[in-house]
Design a protein around this ligand. Structure first.
Ligand code: SAH
Length: 229
């Protein structure tokens, strides 16, 4: 008689639950090594199940290092870009973070891993469909310290300001003044700037404002009051 192995037996033997994509996730993270991304960010990327943040028919492509469509003409950013932006922000346990452009909720989940349960991510999205998509994905993946809000992220979230870190995941014409205002002194923001030729900037707010150009990138546009029209 053939004895069928229980799911628990397979787990004990170190085999992965079918459909969990653990090996694919580890391979993705292995390919991110040597690109200036620290171990903490790499470990966080290993924990977040990107396949839960893409449309079901694209799950098999979830661990390729490229953006994927998520609806409304928007995309989930490529894993290396999410990792680099988190690295530049130097996220710490307990940080209060504002993300502009929730999209799939994936980037917010990686941030949530890095700031821990004492921290909180507020993420704003302008498309109602994507607000719902992000909330569903974050619930499925079990993130409780992320709040998804419908609105124009160029205005920030004055009621929850100031923020330790701000992560803008769409390209702006310039740094929206409300975001700079809502960043703590000593805080950091990453933001892509430009319509066609875009550059990623790391903005540090101290006595003055310091802007570092981190190189060319491709993002969907930031659309709103202090974004593109
Ligand atoms: N961080 C997302 C990437 C989403 S792409 C992820 O991990 O999947 C950028 C998102 O910014 C899009 O969903 C787009 O709808 C949104 N967006 C553009 N302008 C915005 C604005 N003014 N306020 C809020 N969201 C905006």
């Amino acid at each position: 008689m053939v004895k069928l192995k229980s799911h628990r037996d397979s787990m004990k033997e170190g085999k992965v639950e079918r459909g969990d994509y653990k090996e694919e996730r580890e391979r993705m993270v292995a390919l991110l090594r040597g690109q200036g991304i620290g171990i903490e960010v790499l470990e966080a990327m290993k924990r977040v199940k990107r396949h839960l943040f893409v449309p079901p028919d694209l799950r098999d492509q979830a661990y390729g290092d490229y953006p994927l469509p998520i609806g409304e003409g928007q995309t989930i950013s490529a894993p290396h870009m999410v990792a680099l932006m988190c690295e530049y922000l130097e996220l710490e346990k307990g940080d209060k973070v504002l993300e502009v452009g929730a999209g799939s909720g994936y980037h917010a989940a990686v941030i949530a891993e890095l700031i821990g349960s004492e921290g909180r991510v507020y993420t704003i999205e302008r498309h109602p469909y994507l607000v719902d998509f992000a909330i569903r994905n974050l619930n499925k993946a079990g993130y409780e310290n992320v709040v998804v809000i419908l609105g124009d992220g160029t205005l920030g979230l004055p009621e929850h300001a100031p923020f330790d870190k701000i992560c803008v995941t769409c390209a702006a014409p310039a740094v929206p003044p409300p975001l700079l205002e809502q960043l703590k002194t000593g805080g950091k923001m990453v933001i892509p700037i430009g319509r066609f030729a875009q550059k990623l900037y790391l903005v540090k707010k101290r006595n003055g404002i310091e802007k570092q150009n981190k190189g060319g990138v491709v993002f969907v546009p930031l659309v709103g009051r202090f974004g593109f029209r």
